[in-house]
Design a protein around this ligand. Structure first.
Ligand code: ADP
Ligand code: MG
Length: 316
């Protein structure tokens, strides 16, 4: 039997020498956790090794981190750490079981002007509130793929909550993504920023816009889904490793039949369905009213509520 040495770094893994460790680092695998959570196919490409070796490396990292089964008590303890972030609407919070959960990906989807971007703005402000006011006492990281982040809107929302608008703006890190690769890179970089800074919320508005635009008519749906899958894995990992909520938006097509299937289905289809733990469908009501429908969640009943978008932000 191999002598058990304590494995703490990537270089300590059996079969990983300094050269391979460097390659892994370059490929974005900076610690045991990122190796342990990797898919063999990905790691294989990044490290330039065979599939079997990749599997062995991942297995060793998982073992080192003791990532096997755990008891229900362990799961419960971890779930007790879950933080909840207010949306600004008590009804919407209630629908979500007390607010947006950490350790999860929450997806808001709906047509143009349904309020997706307004919600992500509001959450970037609210996350900075003290816990008693429904915040998570931290900063926000905002990946903007459509160029719709508006500091002026943040200022309005911050003012209405009596917060220092300049500080609120300073506490939102905005990454403008220009193509899907850039978007993915920003998410990967987010991991480092989250580790070093007190980021308590990660947003991607919108998740699919760039992917959709780039892959239109190229007939490479499988490619797109694979990339999207990787992107979501990165986001999911951040949510669970750092106990924070990840919120993504997703557009549904206004005109039926333009792309794939059901027009009221969010772009991204099934893959996204599996990865986002909470999905909320938004639609316009009269005037400033909006209707939110919880579509599926692991332990909450389906339901609907009404909220408003006012000058002050998201309200009941
Ligand atoms: P999308 O779902 O496309 O991201 P948005 O979140 O951008 O939609 O919502 C846009 C809507 O939000 C506008 O049509 C308007 O009704 C409302 N809105 C935007 N800014 C304000 C504001 N300052 N005051 C009141 N309502 C606003
Ligand atoms: Mg938007």
């Amino acid at each position: 039997m191999r002598k058990m040495e304590k494995i703490e770094k990537i270089e300590d893994l059996p079969g990983v020498g300094p050269a391979l460790a460097d390659k892994l680092m370059e490929g974005g695998y900076r610690d045991l956790m990122s190796v342990a959570a990797a898919a063999p196919g990905e790691l294989k490409d990044a490290a330039g090794v065979g599939e079997a070796t990749a599997k062995k490396i991942i297995g060793a990292a998982q073992e080192a981190l003791d990532m096997g089964y755990e008891t229900g008590i362990d799961v419960m303890k971890r779930r007790e750490q879950i933080g909840r972030l207010t949306t600004g609407s008590t009804d919407l919070d209630k629908l979500l079981g007390g607010g947006i959960e950490s350790q999860s990906i929450t997806e808001f989807y709906g047509k143009f002007a349904a309020g997706k971007t307004q919600i992500t703005h509001q959450l970037s402000v609210n996350v900075q509130l003290p816990k008693e006011r429904g915040g998570l006492e931290g900063k926000a990281l905002y990946i903007d793929t459509e160029g719709t982040f508006r500091p002026e809107r943040i200022v309005q929302m911050a003012r209405s909550l009596g917060l220092d608008e300049e500080e609120v703006l300073r506490n939102i890190k905005v990454g403008r993504a220009y193509n899907s690769d850039h978007q993915m890179l920003l998410a990967e970089k987010a991991e480092n920023i989250v580790r070093e800074d007190n980021i308590r919320l990660v947003i991607v508005d919108s998740l699919m816009g760039l992917f959709r635009a780039e892959y239109v008519g190229r007939g490479t749906l499988a490619d797109r889904q694979q990339k999207l899958n990787r992107h979501l894995a990165t986001l999911g990992k951040i949510a669970s490793m750092y106990n924070l909520p990840v919120v993504v938006t997703n557009q549904v097509m206004a005109q039926p039949g333009i792309l794939f299937g059901d027009p009221t289905e969010p772009i991204g289809g099934h893959i996204l369905g599996h990865k986002s733990t909470f999905r909320i469908y938004l639609r316009k009501g009269k005037g400033e009213k909006r209707v939110a429908k919880l579509v599926d969640s692991p332990c909450l009943p389906e339901g609907e509520c009404v909220f408003t978008i006012t000058e002050d932000g998201i309200r009941d």
